[in-house]
Design a protein around this ligand. Structure first.
Ligand code: NBP
Length: 479
């Protein structure tokens, strides 16, 4: 027997509850379930008037409440809880039903779950959802993976509840098979880490070198938000910086412990990049910067280390320096996205996902944490050249970074000379210079490897693989 609900949500903590409300507000009948039934009843009591909800108390009742093919959104804690829920529900489902995992799953888990469920005739749609609890309620950016057939049944509903970009386009697209959606969400979060780190470095430079107060820096960010850096993260940075702590009257940013947390996705982005052989140095530095911040003991024990203390500039110089920091931030941001999109392209190739990179930039324009005007540029670059090997190969970005680079170099040089840590800016610049370099010291590295491990090397002047008899007469042999 099939029920009347077009969609069901199990797992009604902040994300699931808001997603269920979002579906209901768009006119869908939503079946509700949560391991602890109290959450289900609370939702109906508090928000029941927002739409049509069908509260249920058992998996059997929940499944029976859904029309066929059944569409069940799972919004539980990623990891073992997701497997437990799948084990519980899958035996109750029939051919063609769809389980949508909206949690932050590792894409390899999604690949495994998709394969297992496919063999049982059930579609499994691993779906990245970005935008936090507000996004879940008002419109997130949605990144569904899985079969094209499941997207046909689910896509129109997701398009309704997704964020809309400025041109009205829904921020959702069928990303690709099995783990593609969660891979893209993972990379989104890696880029988010890099964006946040770069903004943090810009803040610290404006504070320590320009000598600005948090309120002044908030104004600088507000100005930047009217230009090419226009983005959600720049906007909320200005809000956070202008907030004053009610208890002390001090800037909020001065009373918060400077130890950042990290969840799995940023770390996964770097781990997977290493597996895929993709240099995501800016994203890696962002993850490591949070790690360094969290090592309170190490930082305390290192306070005696020698080095300069930044000397704040005068007013006129400070304003000019702030303009330079904007250039450095923008150039470094281009590099972060270049690295993130390289990882997307490499993952797509490795797993045969055929991800449309321009579409990814398009669905990140609204709802998600890294939403930014800048993403239109990335879509444009991939539309002009679908096989673009790197964002830096796009003439528009290359020209912009060329125009920014003098200031970018000046800012990083100042940071280094004044002892302000800017791992994101410097890693981005080193990546850029590595790509430009006519010769890299990798030739020497190859010589060393051949010396101690007979790892062989290739030559610039002829094909083949060679080894030098370093311990003997240094004859070169072709291997
Ligand atoms: P949590 O990640 O805090 O998970 C709480 C939910 O999981 C509750 O409904 C809980 O049921 C359920 N659950 C657990 Br824990 N173990 C379970 C089990 N063994 N069987 C059945 N249910 C179980 O909730 P959230 O913060 O709403 O996030 C949900 C998912 O969305 C996560 O995967 C998260 O990574 C992802 N996500 C979160 C955000 C965000 O901003 N919070 C953004 C994007 C994605 P109970 O009520 O009975 O304890």
């Amino acid at each position: 027997m099939s029920g009347t609900a077009q969609i069901g949500v199990t797992g009604l903590a902040v994300m699931g509850r808001n997603l269920a409300r979002n579906f209901a507000r768009h006119g869908y009948t939503v079946a509700l379930h949560n391991r602890t039934a109290a959450r289900t009843h609370e939702l109906v009591e508090e928000f029941g008037e927002e739409g049509i909800f069908v509260p249920t108390e058992s998996p059997e009742e929940f499944v029976a409440a859904l029309e066929r093919p059944r569409r069940l959104v799972v919004m539980v804690k990623a990891g073992d809880a997701t497997d437990a829920v799948i084990q519980e529900f899958a035996p109750l489902l029939e051919d063609g039903d769809v389980i949508i995992d909206g949690g932050n799953a590792h894409f390899e888990d999604t690949r495994r779950r998709e394969k297992e469920l496919r063999e049982r005739g059930i579609h499994f749609v691993g779906t990245g959802i970005s935008g936090g609890e507000e996004g879940a309620l008002h419109g997130p950016s949605i990144m569904p993976g899985g079969s094209a057939e499941s997207y046909e049944s689910l896509g129109p509903m997701l398009e309704k509840i997704a964020a809309k970009a400025k041109d009205g386009a829904p921020c959702v697209t069928h990303i690709g098979p099995d783990g593609a959606g969660h891979f893209v969400k993972m990379t989104h979060n890696g880029i988010e880490y890099a964006d946040m780190q770069l903004i943090g470095e810009a803040y610290q430079l404006l504070r320590d070198v320009a000598g600005y107060s948090p309120a002044q820096i908030a104004d600088v960010f507000r100005t930047w938000n009217t230009g090419r850096l226009d983005s959600y993260l720049i906007e909320i940075t200005a809000e956070v910086l202008s907030h004053v702590d009610a208890a002390t009257g001090k800037p909020f940013v001065d009373v918060v412990l400077d130890q950042a947390e990290q969840k799995g996705t940023g770390r996964w982005t770097v781990q997977i990049a290493l597996d895929l052989g993709v240099p995501v140095s800016g994203i890696a530095e962002a993850v490591f910067a949070r790690s360094v911040s969290g090592h309170a003991d190490l930082r305390e024990a290192s306070r005696h280390l020698a080095g300069p203390t930044a000397k704040p500039l005068g007013d006129d110089e400070a304003a000019a320096f702030a303009d330079q920091v904007e250039q450095a931030l923008y150039a470094s941001k281009i590099v972060s996205y270049t690295q993130g999109f390289h990882e997307l392209a490499a993952g797509s190739r490795q797993y045969d996902w055929n991800i449309d990179l321009g579409r990814i930039a398009a669905i990140w324009r609204g709802g998600c944490i890294i939403r930014a005007a800048f993403l239109d540029r990335i879509t444009g670059a991939y539309e002009a050249q679908p096989q673009l090997p790197s964002l830096l190969a796009d003439k528009g970005f290359a020209d912009e970074i060329a125009a920014a680079q003098d200031d970018w170099r000046a800012v990083t040089a100042t940071a280094v000379l004044q002892g302000v840590p800017t791992p994101g800016f410097t890693a981005a610049l080193a990546y850029y210079d590595s790509l430009r370099a006519a010769r890299l010291p990798a030739a020497l590295t190859q010589g060393q490897r051949d010396y101690f491990g007979a790892h062989t090397y290739r030559r610039t002047d002829r094909d083949g693989t060679f080894h030098t008899l370093w311990g003997g007469d240094k004859t070169e042999i072709e291997s």
